[in-house]
Design a protein around this ligand. Structure first.
Ligand SMILES: Nc1ncnc2c1ncn2[C@@H]1O[C@H](COP(=O)(O)OP(=O)(O)OP(=O)(O)O)[C@@H](O)[C@H]1O
Ligand SMILES: [Mg+2]
Length: 491
């Protein structure tokens, strides 16, 4: 693995990279940074969590003239949260060069953004819809843009942003450099490449699968009606640090997070119908550990880098293979390990097989855990907590009352009662979810391997799922038809 010094970066940028704690380059960084520094267009594909942001962020920062007070670079991203995160990372990379990146996204006060734009950022990181707004108002001018980055380009296409991207790119000087990054590269990306890029170099980091090998991937076959109980059993047994539970629709997300709270978990939902301030506060609480379970639609599937996420649960199996790849990629990032568990109803087994064939990896079947295992999981948790308190905390002031109690009761009875009080009892509250129709694939049953390859043709047939797709969050068909309402919310 190369070091950043080998790549011929400036001293100020190296200093910030060291400050960020990066010691060696990741493979995508090693391969793309030198080419991007030469000014060439490129398409970079590498697994989730392998540092694609810095792979474009570093050359972008190098190419900005810090004295020139114009917007010289734009990064387009599909969701608001991702725009914020990318801008933060760019500001870290540019900290000593004094490069300033500003996120511009829908749902935030446009007046506030206009004021922030007066401070002359060098780079803006934008969702396409809101950038279009600013272009119309002439509060953002793109004449001095030298570099355009399309992060998660395939998702922006899924969301129906193609026309917006076209309009934006027409405003940008033609001699610009264009970089395009994602962990998944379905066929339509070629369209973008042909139309908007100049002889792009394709850099694909070869890996055995599309998903990261450090993410253990399991599935459980569970009837729809039992899914919620099984989820809470899994949470009790695994007791994850932070976990993300993905559900298919906004309504499911609301019902699930409410149900989880009723059963004593600290969970909050995030989806495109919430106000931006709610979305921001939920994400903040999740990052600082105030809530342990983030329940989300695919709005949180792409790009988000939250440390401490040990588990991803697909409460509903995703409706396409790319979504699977990105969802499970919210764990196991930057060399860490993670576990992804997908609940599959019997009729959705075809979809699971399709996912396996595309990611070229077997997802391991696990038995449905019993209530007894869930109870044992919680008891283990209590026991560990007690041992931790003995080792680490001051418990002197409780000893008097303990001795008093012990004078009249035997120690096993006493401790059992105490354990009962502090141990969370599983599944004590009934929770009902609105039933969801299964995701089905046409033409499954073919031997595995015949369906492989990254091809929209392999995807679930629109006719099967279209009506439900309209009810889901940021995802949709490749045409983006009838998705106006959703993507506006993210723009
Ligand atoms: N060279 C490096 N050394 C150590 N950590 C790194 C390095 N490059 C990036 N990281 C860290 O790895 C994590 C994942 O990076 P990033 O979010 O850029 O991944 P990604 O490839 O864009 O993933 P996704 O496909 O999910 O968007 C971040 O926390 C980032 O700070
Ligand atoms: Mg990324």
């Amino acid at each position: 693995m190369a070091t950043f010094i080998d790549l011929g970066l400036s001293e100020t940028v190296i200093r910030s990279i060291v400050n960020m704690g990066f010691e060696e380059t990741t493979p995508i960084q090693e391969m793309t940074i030198p080419i991007a520094l030469q000014g060439r267009d490129l398409i970079g594909q590498a697994q989730t969590g392998t540092g694609k942001t810095a792979a474009y962020g570093i050359p972008l920062t190098e190419k900005i003239a810090e004295q020139a007070e114009q917007i010289q670079g734009i990064v387009l991203a599909p969701t608001r949260e991702l725009a914020v995160q990318v801008a933060e990372e760019l500001n870290k990379i540019g900290q000593f060069k004094r490069i300033h990146a500003l996120p511009i996204y829908g749902g935030q006060s446009i007046d506030w953004q206009i004021r922030a734009l007066r401070k002359r950022p060098h780079i803006i990181v934008a969702t396409p819809g809101r950038l279009m707004d600013h272009m119309r108002r002439r509060t953002i001018r793109l004449n001095d843009i030298k570099i355009v980055v399309l992060d998660e380009a395939d998702e922006m296409l899924n969301m129906g942003f193609l026309e917006d991207i076209e309009t934006i790119l027409k405003e940008v000087p033609e001699e610009r450099q264009t970089l395009l990054f994602s962990a998944t590269m379905p066929h339509q990306i070629q369209n973008i490449a042909q139309r908007f890029m100049r002889e792009p170099e394709l850099i694909r980091i070869k890996a055995t699968g599309v998903t990261v090998s450090d993410i253990e991937q399991h599935y459980l076959e569970v009837p729809e009606k039992l899914k919620f109980d099984v989820l809470t059993r899994l949470l009790d047994i695994q007791s994850p640090d932070l976990s993300i539970v993905f559900a298919r629709t906004k309504r499911r997300v609301d019902e699930l997070s409410e149900g989880l709270n009723k059963r004593g978990y600290s969970a909050e939902g995030i989806h495109g119908d919430l106000t931006q301030s709610k979305r921001d506060s939920v994400l903040r609480q999740f990052k600082d550990g105030t809530i342990d379970v983030l329940v989300a639609t695919d709005v949180a599937a792409r790009g988000l880098d939250i440390s401490g996420v040990t588990h991803v649960f697909n409460f509903d199996i995703p409706q396409d293979t790319e979504s699977y790849v990105h969802r499970v990629g919210r764990t196991g990032r930057a060399g860490k390990t993670g576990l992804a568990i997908t609940l599959v109803t019997p009729r959705e087994m075809g979809m699971l097989r399709l996912i396996e064939s595309v990611i070229k990896r077997k997802i391991i079947r696990k038995p449905v855990p019993t209530i007894i295992e869930a109870v044992q999981g919680q008891q283990r948790l209590t026991m560990n907590e007690i041992l931790r308190v003995i080792a680490e905390e001051d418990i002197e002031k409780y000893k008097g009352i303990a001795e008093e109690l012990l004078a009249e009761n035997d120690s096993v009875t006493l401790l059992s009662a105490a354990l009962k009080i502090i141990t969370k009892e599983p599944e004590n509250v009934e929770v009902h979810l609105t039933e969801a129709a299964p995701i089905r694939v046409r033409g499954v049953g073919k031997p595995r391997g015949q369906q492989g390859g990254y091809n929209r043709k392999n995807y679930p047939q629109r006719t099967d799922t279209w009506s439900r797709r309209r009810n889901c969050d940021v995802r949709g068909g490749s045409t983006g038809a009838s998705r106006g309402k959703d993507f506006k919310k993210n723009g």
